[in-house]
Design a protein around this ligand. Structure first.
Ligand SMILES: [Zn+2]
Length: 348
């Protein structure tokens, strides 16, 4: 091959090659272009093969030109390949594209259980009045659960209550948080102002208003000169804090072995203001039991019943929550249905 012919071919191949490479619209097409430009049967390879026949001086010069053409084409191919690979990635990403204008999916946030909320609110009302939180065991002995509370072995309350005993003789699941009253007075000197929130257990059939396990908040105040009007004033303050400033409290005589006198406490309905409605019936909502601590209970704990008097009250947290939220079936609180539970928001 004549050196000038070889040079003409190399120049032409560079020009033609760069055009073909730029026009390649896919990686497959680019590969075909590469073979046609630099493959064994390409004009460029033909020039390479002819170099051996030209004289050494022209060979050196042609060899350099040939190498320049080759690397120019290879650079252009690499550049175009990168472009085509990039747009292939773009097409893949297109399918996964995130539309930032769509509404987001919020992670579901947990919330406090409605009974936890109500219990915290009840306890809060009393701690703001100066009461302290006291606790006791859920497995109790008969002394703290019955005898010390003026419920002797032959007392009808023991059969009335249908307690849940455990395998160890004399121990049972506590039937009232009242047992915490006894434990507190046994270990502390008066004055005593405590509230005791906690679970209690009864052998009861479960229905819309009864459970075999439920939660109570017990209150106890023992001091010198505590009277029945202190009890009433305290309960009125509680009712207003929980159900609104216009609430009135009504006391009816009732019997509990550990208080004398004992009362059933009702609050004027916060929906109808005592007129009568679907929730309350007659305008009053029965909320809790209370009374003046029986002198024998004080003596059982080593207190001087001549010098100290006190009152106690106990309420079911479920009952307060049902009234407060208009829930008609207690079992809803224990079914764990998130659709029910998340309505309460979780603000304590
Ligand atoms: Zn009402």
């Amino acid at each position: 091959m004549d050196p000038s012919e070889a040079r003409r071919i190399l120049d032409g191949e560079r020009e033609r090659g760069l055009e073909l490479i730029a026009a390649a619209s896919s990686l497959d097409e680019l590969e075909r272009v590469k073979v046609s430009l630099l493959g064994r049967r390409s004009p460029w390879s033909e020039v390479q093969r002819s170099l051996g026949a030209v004289d050494p001086e022209a060979r050196r010069e042609l060899g350099r030109s040939s190498n320049e053409v080759k690397s120019a084409l290879e650079d252009a191919i690499a550049g175009r390949r990168a472009e085509l690979e990039g747009s292939a990635d773009d097409r893949l990403l297109e399918g996964d594209r995130v539309d930032v204008t769509l509404p987001g999916r919020r992670p579901r946030q947990g919330s406090l259980h409605p009974l936890t909320i109500v219990q915290a609110q009840i306890v809060d009302v009393f701690t703001r009045m100066g009461y302290r939180v006291a606790e006791g065991p859920e497995i109790e002995d008969e002394w703290h659960n019955f005898e010390a509370l003026n419920i002797p072995p032959d007392h009808p309350a023991r059969t009335m209550k249908d307690s849940l005993y455990i395998d160890v003789p004399g121990l049972l699941l506590r039937t009232e948080t009242s047992a915490v009253q006894i434990r507190t007075m046994e270990t502390e000197e008066p004055p005593v102002y405590v509230v005791a929130p906690g679970r209690v257990y009864r052998r009861e059939a479960v229905d819309a208003t009864h459970g075999s396990m439920f939660q109570q908040v017990e209150g106890l105040a023992v001091d010198e000169g505590i009277s029945f009007s202190d009890l009433k004033g305290t309960l009125e303050a509680f009712a207003r804090a929980m159900f609104g400033p216009d609430r009135r409290v009504r006391l009816h005589p009732d019997y509990f072995p550990f208080v004398e006198p004992g009362v059933q406490v009702a609050v004027s309905c916060f929906l109808c203001d005592g007129v009568g409605c679907r929730v309350c019936g007659n305008g009053w909502i029965e909320l809790l039991g209370a009374g003046m601590v029986h002198p024998r209970v004080l003596q059982n704990c080593g207190y001087d019943a001549e010098r100290f008097t006190g009152f106690a009250f106990g309420m079911g947290v479920e009952r307060v929550a049902m009234v407060r939220y208009g829930v008609e079936d207690l079992r809803l609180f224990y079914e764990g249905d998130v659709r029910f539970l998340e309505q309460f928001g979780g603000a304590a």
